[in-house]
Design a protein around this ligand. Structure first.
Ligand SMILES: Nc1ncnc2c1ncn2[C@@H]1O[C@H](COP(=O)(O)OP(=O)(O)OP(=O)(O)O)[C@@H](O)[C@H]1O
Ligand SMILES: [Mg+2]
Length: 259
């Protein structure tokens, strides 16, 4: 059965986009069919998948304003197992338009209902905020993956995120649907810095078995890959971060299959 996962944390720069593109790439290496949805105005996931910003007419935000259909927005990528709903930069006022929609929390949910089963995994790269866009992503998801950077103040803002998750869980329950905390992913661990391990312990104490065994190491190759518009798992498959994301993909499949 298909699984939809929002990759969310309203804190900026914690590795959401890096996780979305590398998990998509690593899951496709294992034969899984993926839809990657870029919900961030920065359009980083779109660019990192090698999609030129000028090369498409309609973006995912045209779905939100109901100015395009799913098929008009969906793009194929160089990887035949990964499709993308691209984001466009410099889109302003989307949240203001969404607020006027009577079905505002369910736009993405309704959109995905018809196509969900065409994919093994739908991964949603959320923006660094907790507005209607992120709520839409959570409403449309079966689970949320929370990347947490192994740095000072890592826990900051997690309470707010968890409160939003709880609100969405309550709404979904009314439709007999669920949203689980699929997992907490520790990212950018610098093996030379002690405080990183303190964060690992703190997060494990708080989230227990929800924390993925895989920890993504800080690795310069990972940020370099961004410049070439490819996931690091393609750019440098043997780098430490690639190995991390490949392990994560296996863990994700195991968790999914174990329910
Ligand atoms: N494992 C890693 N090692 C080194 N650099 C990394 C790693 N993961 C991510 N980065 C870099 O850290 C920065 C932030 O990562 P990313 O864009 O994935 O975070 P984000 O949570 O999506 O940010 P935003 O909130 O702005 O959307 C990027 O420059 C990225 O290349
Ligand atoms: Mg991002």
């Amino acid at each position: 059965m298909s699984l939809t996962i929002s990759i969310a944390n309203q804190k900026g720069g914690v590795g959401k986009t890096t996780t979305a593109i590398n998990l998509a790439s690593s899951l496709s290496d294992l034969g899984k069919k993926i839809l990657l949805i870029d919900l961030d105005y920065q359009a980083n996931a779109t660019t990192c998948m090698g999609i030129n910003r000028g090369s498409f007419e309609k973006s995912v935000f045209d779905l939100f304003t109901r100015e395009a259909s799913f098929d008009e927005v969906r793009l194929k990528t160089k990887n035949e197992l990964i499709d993308v709903l691209p984001a466009r930069t410099l889109v302003q006022g989307i949240e203001e338009k969404i607020i006027l929609d009577s079905n505002r929390d369910y736009i993405l949910h309704s959109m995905l209902a018809n196509i969900k089963d065409d994919y093994d995994y739908i991964l949603i790269d959320c923006p660094p905020s907790l507005g209607y866009i992120t709520t839409n992503a959570l409403m449309a998801s079966d689970g949320v993956m929370v990347p947490v950077q192994c740095e000072f103040l890592a826990m900051d803002g997690l309470t707010q995120l968890l409160n939003t998750v709880r609100l969405v869980q309550t709404k979904k329950k009314l439709n007999h649907e669920t949203l689980t905390i699929f997992g907490v992913l520790l990212t950018m661990l610098d093996a030379r810095v002690n405080s990183g391990y303190q964060v690992v312990n703190e997060i494990k104490t708080y989230f227990n078995e929800k924390v993925f065994h895989t920890i993504i190491p800080r690795n310069i190759t990972c940020s370099n890959a961004t410049f070439y518009g490819v996931p690091v798992t393609v750019f440098s498959p043997k780098s430490k971060s690639s190995i991390g994301y490949k392990k994560l993909a296996k863990e994700v499949i195991r968790r999914h299959e174990q329910g």
